[in-house]
Design a protein around this ligand. Structure first.
Ligand code: SF4
Ligand code: SF4
Length: 322
């Protein structure tokens, strides 16, 4: 599979999961209904079975077993599978599925067009000899402030969608959508959606990757599991070809590294694994390097098992950068 095909495939996974994120509550695939006091899972009510105990119909032992079977086992089982995947393949969930990371990348792309940077906090990017910004796909871009007119409304739209969807994970989805459609939201519904939209829009505009790096518990636990496995899949750097990296400077200007410019997490993909703690395995750095090293192929590639250990040993011995 070429790196371009891999990115197309990743986009499909992200789109599919974003649709699932929106529709899961509508079809009762997963949600907790505050009005009914129980969860829904795969179309079925998910109760802990404590009603009978509280009403004195079942003994404590039976209630305890129900709690273990219906709460602890599913949570621990699901959590163990998730952590195992992260231990083996890293933060694949983040880079390939997470609906937040999809927004991160969408807004990054728009911001890059508006300002040349993928975040308001980033440094001014290096420019190529033609005075333009080289993009990962090899084309050149002249940042244009008019793109802010698309960036801000897109962040607002995502903020609104997220706020509405989050509410449907807690309240009956059909009720929320019907109230929205008829402009008849209850006071608390309107407050939740209004406040959620403001907070999420600000987050999408100013803190996207910072949230992924420093504030997301789902991401943190995946990273910790991944770091515990020295043979886990990781972006490896072909160190013996490091001199080829001059091609990046020739194409994009002094200080230009295609892999760094494109990384949504603002990492330096040629670094040791410890410095890549929050890598989401999106493989955008691999595609970007492929776009520079068209004849010889990317210096960055996924490696695992012994190759991952070897890669780490070489990187640690020789330092991080060329
Ligand atoms: S280092 Fe590469 S794979 Fe990891 S987040 Fe950055 S671009 Fe994606
Ligand atoms: S690894 Fe590839 S993309 Fe990164 S600096 Fe070297 S040549 Fe450029």
């Amino acid at each position: 599979m070429t790196s371009a095909e891999r990115q197309s495939q990743r986009l499909l996974w992200q789109l599919g999961f974003f649709v699932l994120f929106i529709l899961a509550p509508v079809f009762d695939l997963f949600r907790f209904d505050l009005t009914q006091g129980h969860a829904w899972l795969l179309g079925m009510p998910w109760r802990l079975g404590l009603d009978g105990f509280l009403a004195g119909r079942i003994p404590p032992l039976e209630a305890g077993i129900a709690l273990i079977l219906r709460l602890f086992l599913p949570i621990l089982g699901g959590g163990a599978l998730f952590i195992f995947a992260a231990w083996r393949w890293g933060r694949l969930y983040c880079g390939w599925l997470c609906p937040h990371f999809s927004v991160v990348e969408a807004i990054n792309n728009l911001m890059r067009r508006a300002s040349g940077k993928q975040s308001v906090w980033g440094k001014a990017p290096p420019l190529a000899a033609n005075g333009l910004l080289r993009q990962a796909n090899g084309t050149f871009l002249k940042p244009d402030k008019r793109w802010w007119l698309a960036t801000v409304p897109t962040a607002l739209a995502f903020g609104f969608i997220w706020a509405v969807v989050l509410l449907t994970y807690l309240m009956p989805p059909l009720q929320i959508y019907s109230h929205l459609f008829h402009g008849a939201l209850a006071r608390n519904e309107a407050l939740f959606i209004g406040a959620g939209t403001v907070v999420l829009t600000l987050e999408f505009l100013f803190a996207r990757h910072l949230f992924c790096r420093y504030a997301c518990a789902v991401g943190l636990f995946q990273s910790l599991a991944w770091m515990a496995n020295r043979g886990a899949m990781v972006i490896g750097f072909e160190r013996k070809r490091a001199a080829d990296c001059t091609a990046c400077r020739e194409e994009g200007g002094n200080g230009y590294y295609a892999c760094e410019q494109v990384c949504p997490m603002h990492l330096k993909p040629r670094s040791v694994k410890q410095a890549m703690f929050t890598c989401t395995q999106c493989a955008q750095c691999v595609s970007a390097c492929d776009g520079v090293q068209t004849a010889k192929g990317s210096l960055l590639n996924w490696v695992e098992g012994e190759a991952a250990r070897q890669n780490e040993a070489t990187m640690s011995l020789t330092g991080k950068r060329d």
